[in-house]
Each structure stands twice: as C-alpha cells, then as structure tokens.
Design a protein around this ligand. Structure first.
Ligand SMILES: NC(=O)c1ccc[n+]([C@@H]2O[C@H](COP(=O)([O-])OP(=O)(O)OC[C@H]3O[C@@H](n4cnc5c(N)ncnc54)[C@H](OP(=O)(O)O)[C@@H]3O)[C@@H](O)[C@H]2O)c1
Length: 324
C-alpha cells in the first residue's frame, strides 16, 4: 500500500481507504462489515470513513464495534465522521446543520458510537446556508483545541466557501480546514480538476475522494438497465439513481459501457481500473472505497497494481472511452 500525505499536513493516509455509506448498518451485516475492515487493514488501509447520517448513526456503531473487536491499534488507524445531515430519522432544527451546537453534539455522538477519544478527521458534510461560516470555523477550531478532532475539513463546499473559511481562520488565528471530501471519478471530474485547481497550492488542501465507481456504474453492472440487487436498484434509492445515471444528454450509461468494454480488452477488472485512474491524480490524498461484499473489496484493493501495469497510451484510451 502506498501512503500519501493529506495535503500539506503530516498525516499519512493509505492511498486506498474504506467507507461505510449505504453498506454498514444497512446492506451488510455485522460479521461482513468486520471481515471487510479486517481485509482492508491487512492490505494496509489505515483510514475508515463514516458520517453521523449513515444509517442514522448505525454505520458508526458497526464500524466502532468492528475496529474494537479487531483490536486495531488506535495510533495505527484513522477514523472520520461528518456532520450536517443529522443522525435522527427526522432531525429537529438543532440536530442538523453546521451550528456550533450541532457540530459539537455530533462530534460527541460520533466519538461514542465509534468508541474513540478523538476523531482523526471531521468533515462538514455539506455547506450550511443557515450558519455563518465563521461560526463553524470557530466550532471546529475549539474541537481541535480540545483534542477531540485532529484535522477538520469540508465536503462538497464550493472553492469560494473553502476560501472564505481559510480567510476567517487566518484573520482570527483559528485552525483552517485541512481537506475536502469531493466526489471524483471518470464521469465526474470538473470540481476536483478545475474548480479546486488553485486551492491545492494555495492552502495545501488534501482530498479524500468519494464514489470512485460512481456508485457501481463504472463496474458495468447497469449496462442493461438499473436492475438487480445493486445500490442503484434498491428501494428508496431512486434519488441516487437519478443523480448517477444523470441527464440522458450526458450518456453516462453509454460511457460506462464503453469503459467496461475497454477494461475487458485490457484484461483488467473495470472496478480496479476506475479506482486506479483516480489514484493517478496527485491531488487525491486517498480514494475511499465502498463495498457491499467482501469479494468486491478484494477486487478493488487490487487497483494500485494497475498503476505500474498500464502505459500512458492505455490511460489515454480510458479517458477517451469515458469522454462526453
Ligand atoms: N462526503 C460525501 O458526501 C460522500 C458521498 C458518498 C460516499 N462517501 C464516502 O465514500 C465512500 C465510497 O463511496 P461509494 O460507496 O459511493 O463508492 P463507489 O466505489 O462509487 O461505490 C461503491 C459501491 O459500488 C458497488 N461495488 C463496489 N465494488 C464493486 C465491484 N468490484 N463489483 C461490483 N460492484 C461493486 C457496491 O454497491 P452494490 O453492490 O450495492 O452495487 C459498493 O457499495 C463511502 O462509503 C463513504 O464513506 C462520501
């Protein structure tokens, strides 16, 4: 496993990490979750991602119990949480968003569920139009000062919002955000490659990128339509299907189909190829994997080997196959 610095911080994260969205506390049972964490750990994964909103907090409980069960050394792994959506099914006004109150309450809840004394990474899961950015920066800074959070960051904030947080932190001598958690994959590139381009050098911003497989679309499993037992076909995930399959004008199913045909021609698993492509971007600190089965994770963990196996011309074909 390769380890990469989280932006300009000194934290070394494994280039592949593992997250709990949709799966823990929901699609996978506790024993599969434990097996996947053990498998990831055995492959050198040292970062496990979570959020208050995943399965209404249950994903954090499952992950915390599995890590405790496996007796992973606290100084050997990193764990995250994210605040914004709330963990209650129908959160009250003070149980969601980025107010100082909720940022602090959600941190305490995550610490308890994940069974740790501090969060290595703590993200604002979305921008909150109802809270001044200064209030959130101050809340994060105070958690850092108390040793409850080591590095704080944002997820899907605009470049302008991230700049604003840095300006406030610099002006008030507060801890600035260290990292952003954006979506990044062959079908969704603009924000990481264009919008954020100046931020990497300007602020030493790290990225923990999500949905490297576009929720499974890049594995080719939806080539003949959104059917089967995959995430996009699950009850209650129609909203995600709309987002991932997108506007017909974007031809995302067709682009994924071209990509999987090419992967077959190159004799590589499409999932590993799509993940390896993300790793080629030096601004990516870690690619967060998701899996609903142990075999999927095992396949995805093979991605780094492709970096050496494929040549520049083959990577160009990958880009051409997924172009609009
Ligand atoms: N900050 C944010 O807003 C945000 C948003 C989303 C995710 N995240 C984080 O990023 C992590 C990864 O994101 P993601 O889960 O969306 O990643 P992804 O890699 O795009 O999708 C993972 C899903 O694809 C399917 N899959 C994975 N490997 C496969 C394989 N080899 N063959 C066939 N199907 C395969 C599985 O779902 P099925 O088997 O059900 O099809 C799996 O759960 C999450 O767990 C979470 O921690 C953060």
């Amino acid at each position: 496993m390769e380890y990469r610095r989280l932006g300009s911080s000194g934290l070394q994260l494994s280039a592949l990490s593992f997250g709990a969205w949709v799966t823990f506390g929901n699609q996978v049972d506790r024993s599969a979750a434990r097996e996947m964490i053990a498998l990831a750990w055995d492959h050198g994964v040292n970062f496990f991602d979570n959020a208050e909103g995943y399965a209404n907090g249950e994903a954090e409980r499952v992950m915390g119990d599995a890590i405790a069960d496996l007796r992973l050394p606290r100084d050997g792994y990193c764990v995250s949480s994210k605040v914004y959506f709330g963990s209650a099914k129908e959160p009250r006004p003070t149980q969601k968003g980025l107010s100082r109150k909720h940022v602090v309450d959600a941190c305490h809840d995550a610490l308890e569920r994940l069974r740790v004394d501090y969060l290595d990474l703590y993200f604002c899961h979305r921008p909150d139009p109802d809270t001044p950015i200064e209030e959130t920066v101050r809340a994060m800074d105070s958690l850092v000062q108390q040793g409850k959070v080591l590095y704080w960051g944002t997820s899907e904030w605009s470049a302008a919002q991230i700049r604003e947080a840095h300006k406030i932190a610099r002006l008030r001598n507060l801890q600035p955000p260290t990292m952003e958690q954006p979506q990044y994959n062959l079908l969704h590139r603009d924000r990481v490659e264009r919008e954020y381009a100046p931020l990497y050098a300007e602020y030493g911003m790290g990225t923990t990128i999500w949905s490297p497989l576009a929720s499974g679309l890049l594995t080719g499993k939806y080539a003949s339509g959104v059917v089967g037992d995959g995430r996009l076909a699950r009850d209650g995930y129609g909203w995600l299907q709309k987002l991932v399959v997108g506007d017909p004008a974007e031809h995302r199913i067709e682009r994924a189909r071209r990509f999987t045909l090419l992967a077959r021609e190159l004799h590589v698993a499409p999932a590993a190829l799509a993940i390896a492509w993300c790793l080629r971007n030096p601004h990516v600190s870690t690619v967060m994997l998701g899996a609903s089965r142990v075999e999927q994770l095992r396949e995805n963990l093979q991605a780094p080997a492709l970096l050496e196996r494929l040549e520049a011309a083959q990577w160009q074909r990958v880009e051409a196959a997924t172009a609009r």
